[in-house]
Design a protein around this ligand. Sequence first.
Ligand code: GTP
Ligand code: MG
Ligand code: ZN
Length: 313
Amino acid sequence: MKDWLEYVDEPVPCHPLMNQADEALVRVAYGSHGIVETLAGETRDCRFRRNVGRPCCGDHVMIRADGGDAWVVDEILARRNEFMKADNRGRPQVVAANLDRVLVVIATRPLPSRDLLDRYLVAVHSLGIEPVIVLNKAELEPEVEDGTLAHLDDYSRLGYTVVRTSCKRDGGVEPLTALVETGTSILVGQSGVGKSSLAHQLLPDIEIQTGALSTTTGKGTHTTTTTILYTLPGGGQLIDSPGVWEYGLWTLDDADIAAGYPEFQPWLGGCRFNNCRHLSEPGCAVKDAVAAGRVSARRYDSYTRLLAQNAAS
Ligand SMILES: Nc1nc2c(ncn2[C@@H]2O[C@H](COP(=O)(O)OP(=O)(O)OP(=O)(O)O)[C@@H](O)[C@H]2O)c(=O)[nH]1
Ligand SMILES: [Mg+2]
Ligand SMILES: [Zn+2]
């Protein structure tokens, strides 16, 4: 019989450490695989097993060696929050998870579609994180309009952070640099407003990072098709996402929508009915505040349209 010491140098075929799971961050997720970065900073292409769920950009996952050079995601760790949008059939889809800040980008052109900004602000409020309104292409005079851009100062007065940026001017994105230094920020907004241009300005090494993530567009267009997480030079992470034409809300109830309007908050307790939707109910304190000019009629109208769209979807 061997002495126990003789076993020490023998390879142990199924030692648990050989199949150890590592924590990693999903930088880009395709259908059945994605690129992750381990806590040690290594980039790995991982297969997604169906029974694990669908990892998305910003997910923290556990990965494990899967034979040879292959890696597989074993588990998606609990998400702090999920940012959603519609897929091309109008169904809700998770864009990214574990966010600290949503940069809602609008531009002097294309002009924001009606209610787009308010819908984003309601969605961000429901996640309990900070929205930042970014007016890009600020060096261009907006086309004449009386919509969102004409009322941008109202949003500052409501307490929202509003920054003006230009990717065509030296130092034009500086107002954003300090804001994104911590945590994870995502760029969202209509197609063509300049989200990827802002990402390029904020990330001097974006080409290198993109190369490591092996995404090639090569379609002769610059329209972003994949949500990608980048590491910012000053700390923090920046996610660029594909543009939308319209941004729809799901999974919210009427009270969540009202909660997304900060100017309604002082009045909400004053309505005659507890379950007041602030539409045609008698004794509605919000409607009284609108009539008295203490809440903007433009914002109240957008609230009623959001409720109507929510009911229809
Ligand atoms: N004048 C001006 N043009 C800009 C600015 N920022 C971006 N652009 C231009 O706007 C166009 C669209 O920019 P992108 O960065 O591709 O826009 P995007 O929001 O990423 O678009 P999607 O990926 O389709 O959602 C490009 O031609 C940019 O050169 C800016 O500050 N000023
Ligand atoms: Mg883009
Ligand atoms: Zn009311």
